[in-house]
Design a protein around this ligand. Structure first.
Ligand code: HEC
Ligand code: HEC
Ligand code: HEC
Length: 490
C-alpha cells in the first residue's frame, strides 16, 4: 500500500506541475529600459546587500574543487556557483551580476522583486527555498528598489555561467515549490506595531528580513517549519547549536544588556558572556559588523524584548558558570577527577598556552576566559565540541580572530573523538554545568562538520517539498472523484 501511494505520489507530482505549466502565465517580458538610479539608492542598496549577506551565497567559493571555477583567478563577486550541498545533489546559486547573457541584466525591477520576495525567476520558474525569499518577502518596496539600483549599476557584470542545478526527479520539478510557498510564504512587509517605538519596529524589520536571525535561532516543527510559538528559543545547526536568545533570564539572554547584544553583533566578542564562532562568526564577519550602530542597536532592542522561553533543564545562565582560580583544585584528589585526568592533560598541553593554566584567558581579554563563557556553560555541549573541532575564525574590520581547530584536519594536532570527549567533559566539569560528553556525540558532530546553515535550508526546502507532495497526493487519493478528467493514476 505504502509503495503504491508513493508511486502514485510521484506520478501526481509530475502531473500537477505539467498541468500548472500549461498555463501561458509568466511569459518573458522584454526588459524595460534601465531607469536612472540616484547615488543614494545605489549606496543604500549596497548597504542592504551587506545586511542581507547576498555574497555569502552568491560569491563563488574560492579555489575549491567543487565550485568548478576552472582555477579562474576571479573570485566572481555575485557571479554565483556556490554549491549548496544537499543529499539529493547540489543547488548552485546563480549569477546575479547585471550580465545580460549569464546574470540578471535583463531583469526588470518588477521581475527582480518577484525573485526576491516570491521566489519566482524571470522565466517564471520557481526558485528553491535555498534562496531565502521567505525572509526577504518582508522587504519594503523602497528597499527592493535600492537593492535593484545597486545590483544593476554598481555590481560588475560577469559573463560566466554558474553550474546548472540538476536534482533528481521529482525534485527537479520546480513547480512543486508552489505548494511549499502556499504553506510557508508570508506575503508583504509586517505592519508597524504602534505598541512599540520606532527603534523596536526597525529592529524587527531588520531581524526578520535581511538579518534572518530566526532561520538559525528558531526551533523547527514536524514539517521543518519555524515554530513561531517558540521563536528564537534555539535550534541545531549541523555541529553547532544556535542558542536560545529570548529574554528568559536563565535559558536565554535576559541577563545581557542591550548594549552587550549590540556589541556581540558588531564584534562577536563580549567578555564574561560569549564569543561568536561557526555560522554566527560568518554572519558577524560579513554582515552584522558592517551594519550601522543605530541599526544594530535597533536589532538589539527588538531581540531584548522577545518573549521569554524557558527550558526546565536549565539551572542558571550559561555565561554564569565557573569562577576564577578553581581549576587546579578541581583536578586534584577526588575520585571523579581521576576520570578527568586525560582531559586535564590535553588541556595543559593544547589549550593552556592561550587560555591560561587556570582558564583565565589573556590579561587583555582578547583570548577569553573559559569560565563565564556561554559556550562552556551551555546545557547543550554542541558548541563546545564544535569549537574544539573547528576553532574560531572571524574578521571584524582589520582584526582577525583565530583559534585553530583540533578536528581530523587540524594543522596543529588532530585529536580523536575519544580525546575531544574527555577534554570537553573535563571543561564542563571545571567551568560548566558538568555532565559527560560522550565519544558518540563527538563522532556525530564531526560527521556533520560539512553541514552548514545553508545546507539546512536547502534540506528544509526539499524535505518539505517531498512531504507536501506526498500530503497532497494522500488528500487527492482520498477524494478520487475530484481528480481532473484525463489524469490517470494507474
Ligand atoms: C542562503 C543563500 C542565499 C542568500 C543569502 C541569497 N541567495 Fe539569492 N539565490 C540563492 C540560490 C541557491 C539561488 C538559485 C536557486 C535556484 O536555482 O532555484 C538564488 C537565486 C537568486 C536570484 C534569481 C536569479 C536567477 O535568475 O536565477 C536572485 C535575483 C537572487 N538570488 C538575489 C539575491 C539577493 C539580492 C540576495 C541578498 C539580498 C540573495 N539572493 C541572497 C541563494 C541565496
Ligand atoms: C547562520 C546562522 C545564524 C544567524 C543568521 C544568526 N545566528 Fe546568532 N548564533 C548562531 C550560532 C551557531 C551561535 C553560537 C555561536 C558560538 O557559540 O560560538 C549564535 C550565537 C548568538 C548569540 C550568543 C548567545 C549565547 O548565549 O552565547 C546571540 C546573542 C545571537 N547569536 C544573536 C543573533 C541575532 C540577533 C541574529 C540576527 C540579527 C543572529 N544571531 C543570527 C547562528 C546564527
Ligand atoms: C592559539 C591560541 C588558542 C589555543 C591554542 C586555543 N584557543 Fe580557544 N580561543 C582562542 C581565541 C583567540 C578564541 C576566540 C576569542 C573570540 O572569539 O573573541 C578562543 C575561543 C575559545 C572558546 C569560546 C568559543 C565560543 O564559540 O564561544 C572556547 C570554548 C575555547 N576557545 C576552548 C579552547 C580549547 C578547549 C582549546 C584546546 C583544545 C583551545 N581553546 C585552544 C585561542 C586559542
Amino acid at each position: 500500500m505504502k509503495a503504491r501511494t508513493v508511486l502514485a505520489g510521484m506520478l501526481l507530482a509530475l502531473a500537477l506541475p505539467i498541468a500548472a505549466q500549461a498555463q501561458p502565465a509568466n511569459a518573458q517580458t522584454p526588459p524595460a529600459a534601465l531607469p536612472r538610479f540616484t547615488p543614494q539608492d545605489v549606496e543604500r542598496g549596497r548597504y542592504l546587500a551587506t545586511a542581507g549577506d547576498c555574497a555569502a551565497c552568491h560569491n563563488a567559493p574560492q579555489a575549491e574543487g567543487k565550485g568548478d571555477n576552472n582555477g579562474s583567478a576571479e573570485t566572481g563577486e555575485m557571479a554565483g556557483g556556490y554549491p549548496i550541498v544537499s543529499p539529493l545533489g547540489s543547488i548552485y546559486s546563480t549569477n546575479i551580476t547585471p550580465s545580460r547573457s549569464h546574470g540578471i541584466g535583463a531583469y526588470s525591477e518588477a521581475e527582480f522583486s518577484r525573485a526576491l520576495r516570491e521566489g519566482v525567476r524571470r522565466d517564471g520558474a520557481r526558485l528553491y527555498p535555498a534562496m531565502p525569499y521567505t525572509s526577504y518577502s518582508g522587504l519594503t518596496d523602497a528597499d527592493v528598489h535600492a537593492l535593484y539600483a545597486y545590483f544593476m549599476s554598481a555590481v560588475r557584470p560577469i559573463d560566466r555561467a554558474a553550474p546548472a542545478t540538476s536534482l533528481p526527479f521529482p525534485f527537479n520539478i520546480r513547480t512543486s515549490m508552489r505548494f511549499w510557498n502556499a504553506l510557508f510564504l508570508k506575503g508583504g512587509p509586517a505592519q508597524a506595531d504602534p505598541g512599540h517605538d520606532a527603534q523596536w519596529n526597525r529592529g524587527r524589520y531588520l531581524a526578520e528580513t535581511l538579518g534572518h536571525c530566526s532561520t538559525c535561532h528558531s526551533p523547527r516543527g514536524f514539517l521543518m517549519e519555524e515554530k513561531s510559538s517558540a521563536a528564537f528559543s534555539g535550534g541545531p545547526l549541523g555541529a553547532w547549536y544556535a542558542p536560545n536568545i529570548t529574554s528568559d533570564k536563565v535559558s536565554g539572554i535576559g541577563g545581557w544588556s542591550k548594549q552587550e547584544i549590540a556589541q556581540y553583533l558588531q564584534t562577536g566578542h563580549v567578555p564574561g558572556k560569549a564569543q561568536a564562532a561557526g555560522d554566527m562568526a560568518e554572519a558577524v564577519t560579513h554582515s552584522f559588523s558592517r551594519m550601522t550602530r543605530s541599526d544594530v542597536d535597533a536589532i538589539a532592542a527588538y531581540i531584548a524584548a522577545v518573549p521569554a522561553v524557558h527550558d526546565a533543564g536549565d539551572k542558571q545562565p550559561a555565561y554564569s558558570y565557573g569562577k576564577p582560580g578553581t581549576f587546579e583544585a578541581d583536578i586534584r584528589g577526588t575520585q571523579e577527577a581521576k576520570g578527568r585526568q586525560e582531559g586535564a592533560r590535553l588541556y595543559s598541553g593544547l589549550c593552556a598556552a592561550c587560555h591560561g593554566r587556570d582558564g583565565d584567558g589573556s590579561p587583555d581579554g582578547v583570548i577569553p576566559s573559559l569560565y563565564h563563557n556561554s559556550t562552556v556553560g551551555a546545557s547543550r555541549s554542541n558548541n563546545l565540541v564544535a569549537v574544539i573541532l573547528h576553532g574560531v575564525d572571524r574578521t571584524v574590520g582589520d582584526q582577525h580572530v583565530m583559534m585553530p581547530g583540533f578536528g581530523e584536519r587540524s594543522f596543529v594536532q588532530p585529536l580523536t573523538d575519544h580525546q575531544i570527549a574527555s577534554l570537553a567533559t573535563f571543561l564542563r566539569g571545571a567551568f560548566g554545568p558538568g555532565g559527560d560528553v560522550t565519544e558518540k556525540q563527538v563522532a556525530v558532530a564531526s560527521a556533520q562538520s560539512s553541514l552548514s546553515m545553508i545546507l539546512l535550508m536547502a534540506r528544509t526546502g526539499l524535505v518539505l517539498a517531498a512531504l507536501v507532495l506526498i500530503g497532497i497526493v494522500g488528500w487527492r487519493l482520498r477524494r478520487p472523484k475530484r481528480l481532473p478528467a484525463g489524469q490517470h493514476l494507474s
